[in-house]
Design a protein around this ligand. Structure first.
Ligand SMILES: [Zn+2]
Length: 110
């Protein structure tokens, strides 16, 4: 998992905890406490996956899409992934996932 850790962090990890950690807003947070959020081009959140199952961003894209071409298409469309703490997800993102995207009809976003 060492290569994954480096790929994710791009910075020295904290091996003291014995688990993978992500550097978020200047603080190390253990991966089980993090989520990847899939944002739509319109700025609405469309999905979430647990970071401990998808440590690197590439893993997270694969968790949302089956094929590379789908990933490429989503990225071209403006979808993006953001790693954040589960706490922040629960507070800021989850409430927005319980309502439908208000932009869908206009933008034809999925
Ligand atoms: Zn939207």
């Amino acid at each position: 998992m060492d290569d994954v850790q480096l790929a994710l962090l791009g910075a020295p990890a904290v091996p003291a905890t014995g688990s993978l950690a992500a550097l978020i807003d200047g603080e190390y947070v253990s991966l089980p406490k993090c989520d990847w959020v899939l944002w739509g081009p319109c700025g609405c959140p469309f999905g979430v996956t647990v970071a401990s199952y998808a440590p690197a961003e590439d893993d997270a894209w694969k968790a949302f899409y089956d094929y590379k071409r789908e990933i490429a298409k989503a990225q071209r469309r403006g979808n993006r992934l953001e790693l954040m703490t589960h706490e922040r997800y629960s507070r800021e993102v989850y409430p927005r996932m319980t309502v439908r995207c208000p932009h869908a009809e206009k933008a034809g976003a999925k």
